[in-house]
Design a protein around this ligand. Structure first.
Ligand code: ATP
Length: 283
């Protein structure tokens, strides 16, 4: 990671008429980092990402993406940025291989189209017309088009919506591979476990503002949050929230004289923490 961040945003504001979609947002994504933007529907994630991609004008604030203001993109800059659009529509009659090869020609140093098709799990569909792909397969094609140009920075807006669980796991492996090669990734997702699986840091946006930026392990005080120890007592399910779960389990083991029936020990998930943050914000 070099000193200059891949993305630097200061005081970003975006209004649509009287509606303020993004309000004074700050964001810094380091080179080589995988960063996930989280937030409820309408929070301003897509608006922010599209401003960073150079597809939407902003109302105010400073934005630098790979050292350039995306409001004035150059051809060279476009070639360094990979974008996964919501969905391609106009290539229904072409095959997967034709579309990927076609897009490869836009870039100075593209990846090999066939390797990309394999890596997104579309090898069996390489000669299928894109109009005949399922929703999840189409999304994989979108991702293939985002990575074909060997981008330094890859934007992924809700990339695994419509994926089955196995496809999602394969996709995560792909993204981890790109991340390990040094690609900077900005991801938006509604799947908290996806953010946890992929992101070095996450940022939570609500009502156009950044509430917190942290690692998935420390967001919202998660690292210090109490652990819930639960078991089957004589009168039903019992539980206690504790900072010393090991001691609590030892006490229970002594009380039950061995195995504790139905014992579970759970730290709050990223989703628990996120939902608590969002509900506090909307009160
Ligand atoms: P989701 O999780 O549902 O994708 P999001 O966080 O990406 O939501 P945005 O799409 O950025 O949210 O929308 C932020 C706000 O701006 C919403 O209230 C939305 O209705 C509004 N908005 C977005 N695009 C436009 C537009 N072109 N014209 C007017 N309002 C818009």
């Amino acid at each position: 990671m070099t000193a200059e961040p891949a993305i630097r945003v200061r005081g970003l504001r975006k209004t649509y008429g009287h509606h303020v979609a993004v309000e004074g947002l700050d964001l810094e994504v380091h080179r080589g980092e995988c960063f996930a933007l989280l937030g409820p529907n309408g929070a301003g994630k897509t608006t922010t990402v599209e401003i960073l991609e150079g597809y939407r004008p902003r109302s105010a604030g400073e934005v630098s993406v790979l050292g350039l203001d995306p409001a004035h993109p150059t051809r060279d800059w476009r070639a360094r940025v990979g974008i996964v659009l919501q969905s391609i529509g106009e290539f229904e009659a072409l095959t997967v291989r034709e579309v990927v090869s076609h897009f490869a020609r836009y870039y100075p140093a593209p990846r090999d189209p066939d390797e990309v098709i394999v890596s997104v799990g579309l090898a069996a569909k390489a000669t299928a017309r894109t109009g005949n792909l399922s929703g999840g397969q189409r999304r994989r094609l979108d991702v293939a088009l985002g990575m074909i140009g060997r981008p330094e920075l890859l934007f992924l807006d809700e990339p695994t919506t419509g994926f089955d669980p196995e496809a999602r796991q394969e996709f995560w492996e792909l993204i981890r591979g790109l991340s390990a090669e040094g690609t900077t990734i900005l991801l938006t997702t509604h799947y908290l476990y996806e953010a946890e699986a992929l992101a070095h840091r996450v940022g939570v946006i609500a009502a156009g503002r950044m509430l917190e930026v942290a690692t998935p392990a420390t967001l919202g005080g998660r690292a210090d949050a109490a652990t819930l120890v639960s078991w089957d007592g004589p009168d039903g399910r019992e539980s206690t929230a504790t900072d010393t779960p090991t001691a609590e389990v030892a006490k229970l083991a002594a009380r039950f004289g061995g195995e504790v029936p139905g014992l579970t020990v759970a730290r709050p998930t990223l989703e628990d923490i996120y939902l608590a943050m969002i509900s506090k914000e909307s009160q």
